[in-house]
Design a protein around this ligand. Structure first.
Ligand code: ZN
Length: 287
């Protein structure tokens, strides 16, 4: 009720369908034949393809080297969930665009941050911490334990699932305490990692999901696709509430303002005893 009283009709518009924008750097695929062989159309296209197959989602893509990184104000305004994959070029993302994405999250847009996106400017801006971690690109197997089986993001996932080869990410992970912990991973080398976690910032939901190093076929694995699809549906924007810091009219009759009574009395006194005119000199008097 409060928002309906304060918001203009245009600001209250709710999404009638889920518009998903999958963003990636699209650099490794052009520079490394091994990555290009795994993700011929780019990591973003592989992710977009399985999201499209899931149904009920309008999925488009964008990448770093497009004008405004493909993240124009109009495009973001029509996005309910943004999926972010970055790895080697976090520093090339313009600060202005980062602020634009952050504003949309605070308004209600969902955000999925994948793999090395833990170090993306947008994730660090929303977390407010270092977001650092331990890492090792080797021959580790990863076992992801489902520690939140009642959560929508783990729907269809059993006690755990395994990724045959992944980059090791280990604790300590420099994040604020998650609102919800979804997965804890174990790696062959012995480390553990909070590999699935959620936060809310403003009106937007954020899901960080660790798997997805570019030299492994991680995004072709069914369980990974299921988790990301669930995450997109969970993070879908349900409101779009721009920050307008409104001056709110009272909903009920207010008691008389006692200060107004005092002002009225002073006004009467002033009529009987008008103050003497007093001039204050200013620096421009001599001009
Ligand atoms: Zn990686």
């Amino acid at each position: 009720m409060l928002y309906s009283a304060l918001m203009k009709p245009a600001e209250m518009s709710l999404p009638t369908s889920t518009n998903v924008l999958v963003w990636s750097e699209f650099r490794h695929e052009k520079a490394n034949p091994k990555v290009a062989a795994i993700y011929p159309g780019g990591i973003h296209e592989t992710i977009a393809a399985f999201l499209r197959r899931a149904g009920g989602l309008n999925v488009s893509t964008a990448w770093l080297d497009q004008p405004e990184h493909g993240l124009t104000a109009d495009r973001l305004a029509g996005t309910d969930v943004l999926v972010w994959w970055g790895h080697m070029a976090h520093g090339e993302v313009q600060d202005e665009i980062v602020q634009r994405v952050k504003t949309r999250v605070l308004e209600g847009m969902g955000l999925l941050v994948l793999h090395s996106g833990h170090y993306a400017k947008i994730f660090k801006a929303l977390m407010g911490t270092s977001c650092s971690l331990k890492r090792r690109e080797s021959s580790d197997k990863e076992r992801l334990w489902n520690v939140n089986p009642a959560h929508p993001i783990t729907c269809g996932i059993g006690d755990y699932f395994e990724i045959p080869a992944e980059e090791m990410y280990g604790e300590p992970f420099g994040i604020p305490a998650p609102d919800e912990l979804i997965f804890i991973s174990w790696f062959t080398g012995g480390e553990v990692f909070r590999s699935g976690a959620t936060w809310q910032r403003g009106h937007g939901r954020i899901f960080y999901f660790q798997p997805g190093h570019e030299t492994y076929p991680t995004y072709h694995q069914a369980e990974v696709q299921r988790v990301i699809t669930n995450g997109v549906r969970w993070a879908r924007a349900t409101v779009n509430l721009p920050d307008c810091c409104p001056n709110a009219p009272a909903l009920e009759s207010l008691p008389p303002d006692p200060q107004a009574t005092v002002d009225h009395r002073l006004a009467g006194l002033g009529a009987r005893n008008p103050p003497r005119q007093r001039r204050i000199s200013s620096p421009i008097d001599g001009l």
